[in-house]
Design a protein around this ligand. Structure first.
Ligand SMILES: Cc1cc2nc3c(=O)[nH]c(=O)nc-3n(C[C@H](O)[C@H](O)[C@H](O)COP(=O)(O)OP(=O)(O)OC[C@H]3O[C@@H](n4cnc5c(N)ncnc54)[C@H](O)[C@@H]3O)c2cc1C
Length: 404
């Protein structure tokens, strides 16, 4: 039975999910003049040391910056950015874990701007929540989940866990890999499991990173060091260490001194001895893509639509490309927000692009996981050959950034 005391609201857009993608979407649509309600059952954790803090970092690649600018976020974030000038790839697939092939992809080959900028996720949440508080058109409700969705041609009716019912022209599913909105809209997903986990933490080191992001390939998956701003005057980097599940779990439980020794060896010592300065967190690795990115009055963005392993900083950058596409369509024709033609165009523009990236990242991940020595030798040979051809090198860099 319907509760007669429950609130009934009307808005332009309901965003289900206030992870990094949902928060940027709320800021972007709110800045563009749309009325937005954004909900998330888990209130954002905005301090590094607090329980439940997201220990990952996000490298925003160049094209994402314009989206952050449109959302009024870039000016807040810029002072905390660690620029990424060079992407270094090391192959350490020989008998011992030493660098046997090193190749640098330098952003200077493309423009005088860096490839992107890296930020801790807890800091992103802090700045994004502060931005939403400035926007009169955005109603952000942490601690509340989306629990019901009924759609019609004329609009969507959303029910929240606090009993509120809202009608909206558009519902954006930004509620992560197990998206409620995706399921309620009846959209299926295709999932590939790798039996792999990513271990993430932050470290300090004696040698400066000089804005170089380094990916070391041996077996089990890539080991990546991404630049962070100095920590109390000491150079610092984020670690993303992908390994087969049991090995990642063993590493996560090692006493700190043994873990530091293992990390330093796996990094080929490229930045000197590594010192652990945060807790370690594990993330299961999957590739997942929704069969459609839209349904009646519904658009899926970010991990609700696609999940890929964290290689080449693609995940959230693809999510901001989803957002840019949806925002462009909405701004161009606000009178038809959330109608079938708009959402079909969104699906048609984004799905093939995401699928192509998913295939590419899946291949790179499988190549990095290789155990047999001859195949690892082949991998090193392919990297050397591709790198040697300057036009191919530039094309790869542009493809990685998502620019043409
Ligand atoms: C180790 C690692 C490193 C990464 N590094 C990078 C990188 O450098 N660059 C990059 O671009 N990407 C990176 N990624 C990917 C990036 O972190 C993700 O794409 C991004 O965090 C996902 O954001 P999201 O908002 O879609 O999902 P989530 O962060 O999972 O947010 C979903 C939110 O929805 C909420 N929710 C769930 N159910 C409901 C409901 N019923 N109602 C309302 N809300 C709900 C959840 O509480 C959650 O807060 C990395 C990923 C990993 C695992």
């Amino acid at each position: 039975m319907t509760d007669p005391t429950a609130q009934r609201l009307q808005t332009d857009i309901v965003i289900s999910g206030g992870g990094v993608a949902g928060l940027v979407a709320a800021a972007a649509f709110g800045s563009a003049g749309f009325r937005v309600l954004c909900v998330d059952p888990t209130p954002p954790v905005t301090e590094e040391g607090a329980a439940g803090a997201d220990m990952r970092t996000t490298a925003f690649l160049h094209p994402s910056r314009t989206v952050l600018e449109r959302a009024g976020l870039w000016a807040r974030l810029a002072p905390h950015a660690a620029p990424l000038q060079v992407m270094r790839i090391i192959d350490a697939g020989g008998d011992t874990p030493v660098a046997r092939l090193t190749r640098d992809f330098d952003a200077a080959d493309l423009s005088d701007e860096p490839f992107g900028w890296n930020f801790p996720n807890w800091l992103l949440r802090r700045e994004m929540v502060a931005r939403l508080a400035e926007l009169p058109l955005v109603d952000f409700r942490p601690g509340v989940a989306t629990t019901g969705l009924v759609t019609r041609d004329s609009g969507a009716e959303v029910t929240l866990s606090d009993g509120t019912r809202i009608t909206a022209k558009l519902v954006i599913g930004a509620d992560g890999r197990n998206s409620f909105v995706r399921e309620a809209a009846g959209i299926a997903v295709k999932t590939t499991r790798y039996g792999q986990k990513a271990l993430v933490c932050a470290v300090t080191h004696d040698l400066p990173h000089e804005n170089v992001s380094t990916e070391v390939h041996r077996s089990g998956g890539p080991f990546t060091l991404v630049p962070l701003p100095d920590r109390d005057g000491v150079p610092s980097s984020a670690i993303v260490w992908m390994e087969r599940g049991p090995e990642a779990e063993r590493l996560a439980e090692l006493p700190p001194a043994e873990f530091e020794a293992a990390m330093t060896e796996r990094s080929t010592g490229v930045l000197g001895p590594l010192t652990l300065v945060t807790r370690r967190a594990l993330w299961p690795m999957i590739t997942q893509i929704a069969c459609r990115f839209s349904a009646q009055r519904v658009a899926l963005i970010a991990e609700a639509a696609h999940v890929i392993p964290p290689i080449g900083a693609q995940g959230l950058n693809m999510s901001l490309a989803d957002l840019r596409c949806l925002l462009d369509l909405a701004e161009k024709d606000p009178g038809h927000l959330g109608e079938a033609a708009m959402l079909n165009t969104y699906h048609r523009r984004r799905w093939p692009e995401v699928k192509a990236r998913e295939v590419g990242i899946d291949l790179l991940n499988r190549a990095s996981m290789l155990e047999p020595r001859p195949l690892r030798d082949l991998r090193a040979g392919a990297l050397g050959a591709l790198y040697a051809l300057k036009p191919v090198r530039k094309t790869l860099m542009k493809a990685g950034l998502g620019v043409r």
